[in-house]
Design a binder for this molecule. Structure first.
Ligand SMILES: NC(=O)c1ccc[n+]([C@@H]2O[C@H](COP(=O)([O-])OP(=O)(O)OC[C@H]3O[C@@H](n4cnc5c(N)ncnc54)[C@H](O)[C@@H]3O)[C@@H](O)[C@H]2O)c1
Length: 376
C-alpha cells in the first residue's frame, strides 16, 4: 500500500478546503476540484491566507506553509483525479448530487480507489447505490473546522470492502486524525449521541427550568459549555434542522423530539451568537442552582441511554463512542465514562423516575436500551 497516495477532493467550500489542508499538511499530494469556478480560483489564496495566519501566530514554519501549498493542485476537470486512491466529496448535501458525482468518478479512477463522502445526514448505502463497485464507498465524516478538529467518523455501509476501510483509516490517521469506526446510521456517533444533551435540557425548560440554570448545572458538572450555550454557538436554526433530521430518520421517535422551546427560539430570530442574542448569549454565566446535581444526572442518564441504543445497533464500541464524544463535542467524559461514575442502578432508577413523571407521549424517551442493567 502506498504510504502517501494522491488524495482527491471534490467541493472546495468550508469542509472540502479544510480537508484538503489536512492531507496536504501531512505530506499527501492533493488534487482538488469544484463545480463552481470562483471556488476553484480562490482556493489557493484561501488556503494561503489560513496558513499565513498560522505562520504569523508562530504555529507553522514558512517552509511548511509553502510545501503544503505546493501539494495542492486545483483542477477544473474531474478526469485529473484519475491517479487518486482516495477521493473525498464535500459537495452540496443532496443525495442525487452525490450519487451522480460518484457514478461519474467511478470509471475515471482505479478499480480499487475509495470513494468517500463527508455527508452529515445521508445514508451511505444510498449514496453507493447504482455504482458498479459500491464496496468502495464509505463515509469519512470530518468536523468543522477540519484542520482543528481531531475526530473523523469512518462509516462503512454493510457492503463496504474491509480493505477500503483499513486503507482510508490508515491514511487519515497518518494525516493526524483520530478515526472512529461507526455504523451507517443517522447522525453516526456524535450528532446522534449529542441529541439528549439538548433534548433533555429543552424538556426541562418545558417544565419551567431556566436555560441559564441548566447551563450552570452542566458547567458545574465539568462540561465546557452548557446545552444552551452550545446551541447559541452552533445556531438554533442549525440545531433545529439537525434535530428534525434525526427525528425523521428515526421514525419520529420521541427521543429525538424537536421541542416547542427550540422552534419558538428559531421563530423569534434570536438564533445565538450569529444574531447577537440566543437562549443565554450574550449574558454571563449564572450560579449553579440548588438542584444542579439532579439536572446533571438527568442529562447524563439520557446521554448514557442513547449511547446504549446506538451500541445495540452494532458497528461501534463503548470506547469509540466515548472518544468520539470527547473529541467531537469537547465533553469532559463520554457516556460510558459517565455511566461508570453514576453506576447502572442510579442511571436505571433515574430513567424509571423520568418515565413515570413524563406525559404518555414522552414516556418512550426513557425506555432503557438493551444492555443497560441494574448493577448486580
Ligand atoms: N459545514 C459543516 O459544518 C459540515 C460538517 C460536516 C460535514 N459537512 C458536509 O460536508 C459537505 C459540504 O459542506 P460545506 O459546509 O463545506 O458546504 P459549502 O457550501 O461550503 O461547499 C460546498 C462546495 O461544493 C461545491 N459543489 C456543489 N455541488 C457540486 C458538484 N456537484 N460538484 C462539484 N462541486 C460542487 C460548491 O460550489 C461549494 O464550493 C456537505 O455534505 C455537508 O453536509 C458539513
Amino acid at each position: 500500500m502506498t504510504d502517501r497516495p494522491a488524495i482527491g477532493i471534490v467541493g472546495l467550500g468550508t469542509m472540502g478546503l479544510g480537508i484538503a489542508q489536512v492531507y496536504a499538511q501531512a505530506g499527501f499530494p492533493v488534487i482538488a476540484t469544484d463545480a463552481h469556478a470562483p471556488a476553484r480560483d480562490s482556493a489557493k489564496t484561501r488556503l494561503a491566507d489560513t496558513l499565513t495566519a498560522r505562520v504569523a501566530a508562530g504555529k507553522l514554519a514558512e517552509t511548511e506553509r509553502d510545501a503544503t501549498l505546493a501539494r495542492l493542485n486545483v483542477t477544473p476537470d474531474l478526469t485529473s483525479l484519475a491517479p487518486c486512491q482516495l477521493i473525498i466529496e464535500a459537495i452540496v448535501e443532496r443525495l442525487e448530487a452525490k450519487q451522480t458525482l460518484f457514478s461519474t468518478l467511478e470509471p475515471l479512477v482505479a478499480p480499487d480507489a475509495i470513494l468517500a463522502t463527508n455527508t452529515s445526514s445521508l445514508p451511505i448505502h444510498a449514496i453507493a447505490q447504482g455504482l458498479r463497485h459500491p464496496d468502495r464507498v464509505l463515509a469519512l465524516h470530518f468536523f468543522n473546522p477540519p484542520p482543528a478538529m481531531k475526530l473523523v467518523e469512518l462509516a462503512p455501509h454493510v457492503g463496504t470492502d474491509a480493505n477500503a476501510v483499513s486503507r482510508a483509516q490508515q491514511w487519515t490517521e497518518s494525516a493526524g486524525k483520530t478515526v472512529i469506526l461507526c455504523p451507517d446510521r443517522p447522525g453516526f456517533i456524535v450528532n446522534r449521541c449529542a441529541r439528549p444533551y439538548y433534548g433533555e435540557a429543552l424538556a426541562m425548560v418545558a417544565e419551567g427550568h431556566k436555560p441559564a440554570e441548566i447551563d450552570a448545572a452542566m458547567t458545574a458538572a465539568g462540561y465546557r459549555l452548557g446545552p444552551f450555550a452550545l446551541i447559541d454557538l452552533i445556531g438554533a436554526d442549525i440545531n433545529l434542522a439537525a434535530t428534525e433530521g434525526m427525528h425523521a430518520a428515526m421514525d419520529r421517535h420521541p427521543r429525538y423530539l424537536p421541542f416547542p422551546a427550540l422552534k419558538a427560539q428559531v421563530a423569534s430570530g434570536n438564533l445565538g451568537r450569529k444574531t447577537g442574542r440566543g437562549f443565554v448569549f450574550p449574558d454571563g454565566p449564572a450560579a449553579p442552582p440548588e438542584d444542579a446535581g439532579a439536572i446533571a444526572l438527568r442529562i447524563e442518564a439520557t446521554l448514557v441511554n442513547e449511547a446504549h441504543w446506538l451500541l445495540a445497533e452494532g458497528g461501534t464500541t463503548p470506547d469509540g463512542i466515548d472518544t468520539a464524544m470527547r473529541l467531537g463535542l469537547n465533553f469532559p467524559r463520554g457516556p460510558f465514562e459517565a455511566l461508570a461514575r453514576h453506576g447502572q442502578t442510579t442511571v436505571m432508577a433515574e430513567l424509571a423516575r423520568l418515565r413515570a413523571a413524563a406525559p404518555d407521549a414522552l414516556k418512550p424517551r426513557y425506555d432503557p436500551a438493551p444492555g443497560l442493567r441494574p448493577d448486580t
